[in-house]
Design a protein around this ligand. Sequence first.
Ligand code: GUN
Ligand code: ZN
Length: 427
Amino acid sequence: MIRKETLAVQGNILHFLSEDEMIFIPNGVLYIENGKIIKIGTAKEILPRLKSSVLIKKYTDRLILPGFIDGHVHAVQTNAIASYGKRLLEWLEMYVFPLETKFENQDFARQNIRFFLSQLLKNGTTTAAVFPSRHPQATSILFEEANVLNMRLLSGKTSMDRNAPPSLCDKTEHSYSENEQLLLAIDEKYRTNYILTPRFAITSSEKQLEALSDLKKKYPNTAVQTHVSENREEVDAVKKLFPKAKNYLDVYDSFGFLGKGSLMAHAIYLEEEEWKRLAETQTSIVHCPSSNLFLGSGLFNLQKCREYAIPLALGSDVGAGTSFSMLKTAADAYKVAALQKMEFTAKYAFYLLTLGGAKALKQEAFIGNFEIGKEADFLVLNPMATDLMKARLSETNSIEEILFVLMMLGDERNLEAVYLQGKRVLF
Ligand code: GUN
Ligand code: ZN
């Protein structure tokens, strides 16, 4: 008989059963077998029933949370983070396209992508929807390296065949076969998934979008990730390039890209029709507040998104975003909401970083909370890791307030351990 790998972790457990149902178990225990959650409850309930052979890892006064989900990040823009002074289209031309061109070199790609993945984990991101470069080899490297680490990742080669430097443009006639080969190479024993990734409407010809549309029809479970309505100049350019489209989103709609699990990053300058269509199709939005502030793109209308009940995730969008930390990303989302006199509670933020993000990425069957049978990806956080946080929290007992301080002041210094499928990978 093969022996089960077992582990019990003890600490203050927090997770969500839905947006409104936050479960907090002070001095709780998660019991894990072969990387899956088997039991969750108070230490009193669980510990007496465990076999004596089970290792109990104690994290006194620490928060144990599901791993964070980054709904939109670029694996190939780490070295472009914090590049001064441009708005979206000039920023792409001046900093991002020259950097992405370098991913043709596989040694450079591997080294850079390894660093990128280590930054995700170091910040507690255990699942991400990732844009690589347009290069199939660099995309394979991303999958290989994520598989080595056992991360849950959604990615697909970035498709782009115009309005970029020639070396960063696909041969349109190869779009279908390059994507299909990569998609078929996905090995289901790992946790990596293929998602079609047209960069945005400006850099894909209709022919390329048609090829991706055909692939989506052939593999209907495959979702699409892209950028939409991030910047006014971009929106105007799309209108000129696609004069028959009703609006920006309609370009993607007309190729069949909308639907559950498809991810539209930014979504700042949406018309009413576009909000309606996202709601009807239950297409997800990824809100990237740090990026939107850094590039001066604009303020996301969170209230409208919630009124329309559109699935939502938060995204760091590094390299336009200025941090890999999803805590810092959430803090920026709070400030963007505050500027518009909108609510953004810590409870909602932690929901988005875990179960909400999992739903937006259509991964909630596997991750997002500690329901029995889910993959045991979790974080151990010390909310008092810095002197400032210790001082701020010295007279606080409410979990809501602890979460709010963690969101506003927290970063990777608060992380004490990261577990993927029940195995400690950091620190
Ligand atoms: N729109 C098209 N490409 C990009 C990108 O790389 N970053 C951001 N923020 N927006 C984009
Ligand atoms: Zn982006």
